[in-house]
Design a binder for this molecule. Structure first.
Ligand code: TRP
Length: 461
């Protein structure tokens, strides 16, 4: 062990960056980003998204890593330190709770990717020759309660098996294998996508901004998406930062993680939009988008099953490395605050998350109508509750606690020494104190206003 104590550490810097990038790069990049961008005006959304990543995402990412390394604790333990025994510790609890919630529906989609790997290899997907058939296949699949629960179980199980092994032997080792593989598969798929007829229209939708499509909703969506995609606002990066040795440079690492995450989201757009347009589909396909188009694109093609298998393996890898990080947050809390062993912690929390995910798993079929929550299925409800509410609230309080409660002067030494004219450290401190939290607050108020208005019109309109 390096800097004293018995806390486990990342083995190498590359290992840490790949694990943190693995947390960030997930279904959010490959499954969610394309359809959210598609629903919100394509390239114009992408631009706003990138601005948010730079002015909100990067400062909060650095803040989480700083808090984690400084306190060497799980999110609750970390807030006990930086909130000095006050009620602000609730920010840590909110984070752990978000981990439970997000993983519960995330694992359902992770399970779909497993199901589609099986479909692709077994040739079931090869019969798909149109969007209509693909939609039918997806519907039948997502309405089968036993299959849904089985795959959800298998995905949770995979996360648990890795997290049980711990930081270096579990999360880091697997990230080092899986992340390069993910990148390689993505490049193969992009080349394939661009070589398809009609792919050009997809590219121009993705690259040519049309600002008339931008509404308040799309700005809020960009906020939620940037937090979700970068794994921010619930202490995932606090947890990963707590295993970071004192000699690693946080600014430097944070920039790599943010850059990799954004790069992969954009590359995923390059892989998916050409295919969407080549199939004459609308990019506003919602959560089912890639489960409809990808099988339809590859269904007719010779050796298409190879590409569709590759695609769903890509999605599975992305989901797995993120699922691991969500489970690690909850596990770290149980280990640090409750004194449980890692093994017992993983078994118990993993089981609870699995059970919590069951209504999400069933919300496309048997309990579709029974679970209307403010106009959403249980699945959509969990997704919106966490991405639009819990994560921005968490991010806001992380910045406020660090900037005003604990004080930046107590933590800024965690950052890399720098002698530039405009010091990056100072710039970060300025953003955390004066820009990021207030921008989040402003956008959040806009969001609640919209949601309240629509709630009222639903109740009384
Ligand atoms: N960032 C992941 C994605 O893009 C999801 C994720 C993993 C996450 N850990 C998180 C989101 C922590 C919020 C907080 O798919």
């Amino acid at each position: 062990m390096e800097s004293g104590g018995s806390r486990e550490r990342w083995g190498t810097k590359v290992g840490f960056i790949l694990a943190a990038a693995g947390s960030a790069i997930g279904l959010g990049n490959i499954w969610k980003f394309p359809y959210v961008a598609g629903e919100n005006g394509g390239a114009a959304f992408v631009l706003i998204y990138i601005v948010f990543v730079i002015i909100l995402g990067l400062p909060i990412m650095i803040a989480e890593l700083v808090i984690g390394r400084h306190t060497e604790k799980d999110p609750v333990g970390a807030f006990k330190v930086i909130a000095g025994g006050t009620k602000w510790v609730f920010v840590g609890y909110l984070g752990v709770l978000s981990g439970f919630f997000i993983l519960s529906f995330y694992s359902v989609v992770g399970g779909w990717t497993l199901g589609y790997i099986v479909k692709s290899i077994s040739g079931t997907a090869a019969g798909i020759d149109s969007i209509e058939t693909a939609k039918g296949v997806f519907q039948e699949f997502s309405m089968d309660p036993l299959l849904m629960i089985l795959y959800h179980f298998l995905f949770m199980g995979s996360c648990m098996v890795i997290v049980i092994r711990g930081i270096k032997k579990g999360i880091e080792r697997w990230s080092k294998v899986l992340m390069p593989l993910l990148f390689f598969i993505l490049i193969v798929l992009i080349i394939k996508g661009l070589s398809m007829e009609g792919s050009f229209r997809g590219l121009s939708f993705f690259l040519k901004p049309d600002f008339s499509k931008i509404t308040a909703d799309s700005i809020i969506a960009a906020l939620g998406q940037s937090f979700f995609s970068l794994s921010l606002g619930m202490g995932a990066m606090i947890t990963y930062g707590s295993y970071l040795s004192k000699k690693e440079k946080i600014l430097h690492s944070a920039m790599y993680i943010v850059l990799l995450d954004t790069l992969i989201a954009i590359l995923a757009g390059f892989a998916i939009f050409p295919a969407v347009f080549a199939m004459n589909m609308s990019p506003k396909g919602g959560p089912g988008l890639i489960f409809h188009i990808i099988p339809a694109v590859f269904g007719k093609m010779e050796f298409g099953y190879i590409f569709s298998t590759l695609f769903f393996v890509l999605l599975f890898i992305a989901a797995l490395t993120s699922g691991m990080s969500l489970l690690e947050v909850v596990t770290a809390y149980i280990i640090d605050e409750r004194g449980w062993s890692r093994r017992k912690g993983v078994y118990v929390t993993g089981t609870i998350i699995f059970l919590l995910g069951v209504p999400s798993a069933l919300s496309f079929g048997v309990i579709r109508d029974a679970t209307y929550f403010l106009g959403n299925t249980f699945f959509d409800f969990m997704d919106k509750l966490t991405s639009n509410y819990m994560l921005p609230i968490g991010g806001f309080f992380i910045a406020i606690c660090l900037g005003y409660k604990y004080g930046l002067e107590n933590t800024i030494h965690e950052l890399d020494p720098d002698t530039r004219v405009i010091s990056l450290k100072e710039l970060w401190a300025f953003f955390i104190k004066f820009i990021s939290p207030f921008l989040i607050l402003f956008l959040f108020i806009m969001l609640i206003r919209d949601d309240i208005v629509s709630l009222f019109s639903r109740l009384f309109g």
